[in-house]
Design a protein around this ligand. Structure first.
Ligand SMILES: NC(=O)c1ccc[n+]([C@@H]2O[C@H](COP(=O)([O-])OP(=O)(O)OC[C@H]3O[C@@H](n4cnc5c(N)ncnc54)[C@H](O)[C@@H]3O)[C@@H](O)[C@H]2O)c1
Length: 389
């Protein structure tokens, strides 16, 4: 697939969170033909001011209040790059204000928090998309094409080994590997196979030399709906033989096998499947740029993007299922049960009457996340070059 066509005008956006990744987003947005960073919000206004100045965004509005910065900047969408614990609150404020939101992964630390956001998206008719940016790699798309020609899946193996020094919330959280990093790999599994996870067994631990407070290593095995298995192992404190950030992948299937090193090597051992230099990788934008372009296209057209909030819930269920399993001593966790328990928890936790009422009316969480998402029901469509209509 070729690079997405840029809209006639850039979508004016506010970036919330001016930390390490907020800076990455702002640098990318400053040169994007798809969106324009017109405002920056952070609890730490000095940090936001320094970040904006360092990128040369002299006209951007800066502040600690989303409503105020939106009003001053004329932004028509929000990109949420705050810490995971703050994602839901920021997303909810934006959706209540009628603004479409692109939120960094993980969309929420728990499935219960994600379901509350599904309900608000239902109520407001707004767009909430998770930026699962590791879906947007050309060689991953080529690996997916190779996988599709191998017939029925037997097993998918992914290994992620990294030495990762990023002081801050990651080094303090209970599950820095599963919540902050494996969420990418679990989501990539869903993109690669279009198979859905059914259950998981997982063990997580913290190696003795780890500089993380929580579990920096894990192994997990998922049963998939097709009957295939997804076998995952990872560590964020491995000072040797490191894999790509995208992990290293092997697929074993009915008519052969395929491998992707997570970077630029895609190979297959199967008759008629292109490998090495023969692999077509196209010209699509990668990483957060790819996620942004899909989001802007969705805002402009009403098309449902990958990882619209409802579809992202199963990625988060893989993460929480793995955590629950590890906390129960490697017991099997059935994700359909986790979904319904999370709905009950969401009803207990939610404070807004309209959201509670909607959550209570759902026949099940599984049905709620299968309801027609963004773009399939009549709703206002924002255009990159014009106003709402
Ligand atoms: N896609 C990727 O490859 C990738 C890479 C790194 C980080 N991330 C994600 O980006 C997000 C941010 O990570 P980071 O490394 O920049 O973290 P960080 O701690 O460096 O920055 C987060 C910023 O958010 C601000 N913040 C927190 N709560 C807020 C609130 N309620 N309102 C406004 N500002 C608030 C903090 O003051 C801080 O400046 C995380 O969700 C992380 O998982 C994604």
């Amino acid at each position: 697939m070729d690079r997405a066509e840029a809209p006639a005008g850039r979508l004016p956006v506010v970036v919330v969170g001016a930390g390490a990744m907020g800076g990455e987003w702002l640098r990318m947005l400053a040169r994007s033909a798809f969106a324009e960073p017109v405002g920056v919000v952070d609890l730490d206004v000095d940090l936001a001011t320094r970040t904006v100045a360092s990128i040369g965004l002299t006209d951007a509005a800066v502040g600690s209040s989303l409503a105020d910065v939106v009003e001053r900047s004329g932004a028509r969408a929000v990109i949420n790059v705050t810490v995971p614990q703050a994602h839901r609150v920021v997303n909810e404020e934006a959706m209540r204000a009628g603004l479409p939101v692109l939120c960094e992964k993980p969309l929420a630390p728990t499935v219960a928090e994600a379901l509350r956001q599904v309900a608000l998206a239902d109520l407001t008719g707004g767009l909430l998309m998770a930026s699962q940016s590791r879906r947007y790699f050309r060689h991953l798309a080529a690996f997916r094409d190779a996988t599709a020609s191998l017939g029925a899946l037997g097993a998918v193996h992914a290994q992620f080994f990294h030495e990762d020094h990023e002081p801050g919330f990651r080094e303090q959280m209970a599950h820095p590997l599963l919540v902050d990093m494996s969420v990418h790999h679990f989501d990539m599994l869903r993109y690669l196979t279009a198979d859905e996870p059914v259950s998981v067994r997982c063990a997580s631990w913290n190696p003795p030399w780890s500089w993380f407070a929580g579990d920096a290593a894990a192994t997990a095995t998922f049963d998939l709906a097709s009957g295939a298995r997804f076998v995952y192992s990872g560590s964020r404190c491995t000072p040797g033989l490191q894999t790509s950030w995208n992990a290293d992948w092997h697929i074993y299937a009915e008519r052969g096998a395929a491998h992707w090193d997570g970077d630029h090597l895609v190979e297959a051992d199967a008759v008629g499947v292109a490998v090495g230099d023969g692999v077509e990788v196209g010209d699509t934008s990668e990483g957060i740029e790819g996620a942004l372009e899909e989001f802007v296209g969705a805002v402009a057209t009403g098309r449902t993007p990958q990882n619209e909030v409802r579809t992202n819930v199963m990625t988060l269920a893989m993460v929480e299922g793995a955590i629950r399993s590890s906390e129960r001593g490697d017991d099997q966790v059935v994700l359909a049960e986790l979904l319904e328990e999370s709905l009950a928890q969401a009803i207990v936790d939610e404070k807004s009457d309209d959201v509670v009422e909607l959550l209570r009316s759902w026949p099940s969480a599984a049905e709620a996340i299968a309801t027609p998402p963004w773009g399939t029901a009549p709703q206002p469509v924002l255009h990159a070059s014009g106003g709402a209509r």
